[in-house]
Design a protein around this ligand. Structure first.
Ligand code: TXA
Ligand code: MG
Length: 356
């Protein structure tokens, strides 16, 4: 199969790409589209066979459900049993945007989408191209992140092409994703809302709307979060071995430099991912890549998956990466890094023993 990558230079001039994508989607094909978070691997969410193709090309385990994307609120009613008050408040405040809400599903949602579960995840993206494709197709679009299962999510069309060249017919290139990490996933089917996957919208922001909200314990550890099935698999992982260092900045940079020297001496090709302010402090690494400013976690969110993929492109054996404080957006960033590293997060504080 030949994969067409269609670049949209100007979002006002994208009718042809949207037209082609929606024709393919209506015919039951899988198409990659940009969203504001990461690229999605989309199919008609009410067409079981089309959704099966997503699982097949992505190599996704069938017990990991996928998100349905809608462009208008009218589309919601037929997909869910009810929109309770908690969901209504979240929708008012956060849609369209990077928030996925879990509802009790209606009968028209195919089992494959929900992994045979009774709930369905729904999100209304804000990205204009994604919205036009959904609108033109006239169906909710099932779309997981457009990476091969287990790899870092793609934040640009070239990274999608690397994973799916020859495997899907069409990719819309809408440029870099503005957020860079996946949506916050929240379950509001029970009295206490639970954040199953942290994202750009933080616990603090969601609590302003739903004060009882809690964060699933699996989010903060590298243990498996059973409630969001996707969290239990290896995720976001580059080919190279990843180690993450948090805590006091001077101490962690010193530790990283020591390890670079040791590992390099042992013949390893080592890349360091660090904040812009620390780039000059890293010595002797094969490659040093910028994670944005230490002052701006939004920049890190936008860059993190791209940088993990860059390291694999460089062919390094190991990646040493700076982490952040686990508060605000830092919770989502450390969740991704903890999973990407398989839990290899080291805390360097002057007063504490380091733990791996
Ligand atoms: O930002 C995003 O959410 C991106 C873009 C493309 O929209 N999509 C995305 O999809 O990240 P995916 O499949 O890579 O991650 C969806 C997550 C998984 O952890 C999955 O287990 C969880 O949402 N999920 C889906 N349906 C669920 C359900 N019914 N109950 C609990 N968790 C669910
Ligand atoms: Mg994913």
């Amino acid at each position: 199969m030949k994969t067409i990558l269609y670049k949209i230079e100007d979002s006002d001039d994208d009718n042809h790409a949207v037209e082609l994508a929606s024709e393919l989607l209506k015919a039951g094909d899988v198409v990659a589209i940009p969203t504001e978070t990461v690229y999605g691997l989309a199919a008609d969410g009410l067409n079981e066979k089309a959704c099966e193709k997503i699982f097949r090309v992505k190599g996704r385990p069938s017990d990991n459900p996928i998100i349905l994307h809608i462009s208008t609120l009218d589309q919601l009613d037929e997909l869910v049993l009810e929109v309770n008050e908690r969901a209504k408040k979240l929708i008012d405040k956060f849609w369209p945007g990077p928030l996925t809400i879990i509802f009790n599903k209606s009968d028209i949602v195919p089992d494959i989408v929900t992994a045979k579960g009774t709930t369905v995840a729904i999100r209304m993206p804000s990205n204009v191209i994604a919205r036009r494709v959904i609108e033109k197709t006239g169906r909710p679009l099932a779309a997981p992140s457009a990476n091969l299962s287990g790899l870092p999510s793609p934040t640009n069309a070239e990274d999608v092409l690397k994973d799916f060249d020859g495997k899907i017919p069409f990719i819309i290139d809408g440029g870099e994703c503005i957020i860079g990490i996946e949506s916050t996933v929240i379950d509001v089917t029970k009295e206490i809302p639970i954040i199953l996957r942290p994202g750009l919208f933080t616990l603090e922001e969601i609590k302003k709307v739903l004060p009882e909200t809690q964060i699933d314990s699996g989010v903060l550890t590298d243990k498996e979060a059973v409630k969001s099935p996707g969290q239990k698999y290896k995720h976001y992982a580059p080919e190279a071995d990843l180690f993450v260092y948090t805590g006091n900045v001077e101490n962690r940079i010193e530790e990283i430099n020591k390890l670079v020297a040791k590992k390099t001496k042992n013949g390893k090709k080592v890349a360091v991912l660090c904040f812009r302010e620390n780039l000059d402090k890293i010595k002797g690494a094969f490659s040093v890549l910028d994670l944005g400013s230490i002052e701006d976690p939004l920049e890190m969110a936008k860059l993190i998956f791209k940088r993990l993929r860059d390291c694999d492109d460089l062919g390094v054996d190991e990646i040493l990466c700076e982490g952040v404080e686990e508060q605000g957006l830092g919770i989502a960033l450390m969740n991704r890094l903890r999973k990407a590293s398989g839990g290899k997060v080291k805390n360097r504080r002057p007063d504490r023993k380091s733990v791996v």
